[in-house]
Design a protein around this ligand. Structure first.
Ligand code: PRX
Length: 571
């Protein structure tokens, strides 16, 4: 769509001149912002929490403004330092060590953040799991990572198949008041017993910090492995793109089970010592606006699905709230519709800054800086220190306006360092020195990047990445389902919805009840966001002669498009 650019806003932003920032830029210079540059002692937890807690002017500053329907709490940097120290002591007492994988499966809460930093403080690798995951999703991740410990709640423990996980030695239960916790470690009781002092385990910049599981088009979810080095990029983008300053009140809506919820829900704001609003629970436009108003949020990082919901709720709803503190809004995870940008300008007098990146990239790569004109529909330009291009399948650069693979020159600080237990998969991302994203895009003459779609079958539903193979595997576990093929179907609000095509086993009759039962089966096995919203029964599922499901063909049928090359189709 051709729309007029949205010009730079006058304002006191951190970065005044994008081209100036890019000239002569060197990541080495960002390192000077960290205390380890002088001391040689590295740990993300120190930089994000303890460093501020040791500063007399900052120690009593609110780090976390927590809000849930039944609980409100504010936690200072010093309190977070002490609580994460306590948790680190619990981990030591339980013989947890540097490099161990320790997973968190619980809703956002102050305990989550204390545990998370406790894990980093002992040099272990944190694995946050989205709280809506069901049994199979939880098992796949704990199994693959060989996690030794899990921190969870009594309610969520029901979804953890403990007896099928031989590596899982210890479970910490948070909020276990009325539960028989004989075999478990009680978070509250243990916290009382241990010291508030802890000697942080100093690590190497290249030591492991985080495992985020994410979906591809084949196989089970993969463990994307990130190291402490990533903090350089979290810090820099926090300054340039999020525009964080001392007195900001920042809110990122993402759950820490997804990469946005760690890189920008935890690291970037706290590396800058900024007050961070953490809000659990479900959302409605009133809950969003209410949170922005109540906490006087100045900077908001959210997703197109949320913004589209606000647009459909209409101007009347916005007008009921005082959003006068909000000065900067960003979006990530899915294409940001130009209409949403226009709407926000009109109704809230704010520009929405799109950002593009992935679980694998660890931090933002292509962005709209506050000092750049926004071209509605474009993801913006690469940040300083990052080279992006459109390449062909051999990794050769294409010229402006040619469509191809969106690729990034290897070696930015927050890049994943491995796929857990899967070196082959890791290698497969790289061609000719480029990290190839799997997104198709083009670059215009002025260097703005424009997203076009995914090149593989990965589905993006409400900003959540779902692998069709996982859903298909779950579907065929249902007694009535013989075969299944799963695609993303375009949807005006959610970007895509999951649509499943199935064939039935003999003796099963199609009915509304059966379809509902199949949907619930996936929901209860994997998670609500992975359950197909539409299921269609077919006589056969198209496959190649080698037995691969032809999702491309299913999609063409669904969209009424030409079916293209079907020469590999099985009879
Ligand atoms: O297809 C792109 C889409 O989300 C994918 C990455 O998903 P995930 O690893 O879950 O990380 C999401 C948040 C960092 C990408 O391959 N995506 C991400 N940002 C955008 C986007 N699509 C269009 N525009 C964006 N700004």
């Amino acid at each position: 769509m051709d729309m007029k650019p949205v010009p730079v806003r006058e304002g006191n932003y951190n970065v005044q001149d994008a081209e100036g920032l890019r000239q002569g830029f060197d990541w080495e210079d960002v390192k000077k912002e960290f205390s380890w540059y002088k001391t040689g002692k590295v740990n993300m937890a120190y930089e994000a929490i303890d460093r501020h807690a040791e500063d007399p002017d900052k120690k009593d500053k609110t780090a976390l403004l927590y809000s849930a329907p039944d609980r409100e709490e504010s936690v200072t940097f010093d309190q977070l330092r002490k609580r994460s120290n306590q948790f680190a002591n619990i981990l030591k007492k339980q013989d947890m060590k540097k490099g161990d994988r320790i997973f968190l499966f619980m809703p956002r809460s102050p305990e989550f953040y204390a545990s998370f930093f406790g894990i980093l403080k002992i040099g272990a690798i944190a694995g946050p799991l989205f709280e809506a995951f069901m049994e199979q999703a939880v098992r796949d991740r704990l199994e693959d990572s060989e996690a030794r410990m899990l921190i969870t709640t009594p309610e969520l423990l029901e979804r953890v198949p403990v007896d099928q996980l031989p590596d899982l030695e210890k479970i910490v239960l948070v909020g276990a008041e009325n539960v028989d916790v004989e075999n478990y470690i009680d978070f509250d009781k243990e916290m009382e017993k241990v010291s508030e002092d802890f000697d942080i385990e100093w690590v190497d910049l290249e030591d492991g910090m985080l495992l985020h599981y994410t979906s591809g088009s084949t196989g089970k979810p993969k463990g994307v492995y990130h190291v402490h080095h990533a903090m350089i990029q979290h810090y820099a983008t926090g300054e340039w793109v999020i525009d964080l300053k001392e007195d900001d009140i920042y809110w990122c809506t993402a759950d820490p089970g997804w990469v946005t919820g760690t890189s920008y829900g935890i690291f970037a704001p706290w590396l800058h010592g900024v007050t961070n609003v953490i809000r659990g629970g479900r959302f409605t436009p009133d809950a969003w606006y209410g949170t922005l108003e109540k906490y006087k949020v100045t900077i908001w990082y959210t997703a197109p699905t949320a913004l589209r919901k606000l647009v459909s709720a209409g101007k009347d709803v916005v007008d009921q709230y005082d959003l006068s503190n909000l000065r900067h809004v960003m979006s990530v995870g899915e294409p940001l519709n130009p209409e949403v940008i226009t709407w926000a300008l009109e109704v809230m007098d704010l520009r929405i800054h799109d950002t593009w990146w992935m679980t694998e990239t660890g931090a933002m790569l292509i962005v709209n800086l506050p000092c750049m004109d926004i071209r509605p529909g474009s993801m913006g330009k690469p940040i300083p220190g990052v080279v992006a291009a459109i390449v062909d399948n051999e990794g050769n650069e294409l010229t402006p306006n040619q469509m191809g693979n969106l690729a990034i020159k290897e070696g930015w600080p927050s890049m994943m360092r491995a796929i857990w237990n899967n070196p082959g998969k890791f290698e497969s991302y790289f061609i000719n020195g480029w990290y190839v994203s799997g997104d198709s895009a083009y670059m215009d003459e002025d260097g703005y990047f424009w997203f076009q779609g995914r090149l593989d079958d990965v589905i993006n539903t409400s900003g959540e990445r779902v692998g069709p193979f996982e859903v298909e595997s779950k579907l065929i576990e249902h007694p009535a389902v013989a075969e299944a093929g799963v695609i993303g179907k375009p949807d005006p609000e959610r970007g895509e919805i999951i649509k499943a095509f199935i064939t039935l086993n003999d003796g099963h009759e199609a009915s509304e009840e059966l379809l509902e039962d199949i949907r619930k089966f996936v929901k209860n096995g994997l998670s609500a966001h992975a359950a197909p919203r539409e299921i269609e029964i077919k006589d056969t599922i198209p496959k190649t002669r080698s037995g691969k499901i032809m999702r491309r063909l299913l999609k063409s049928w669904e969209l009424g498009l030409p079916t293209g090359d079907t020469s590999t189709l099985e009879e």
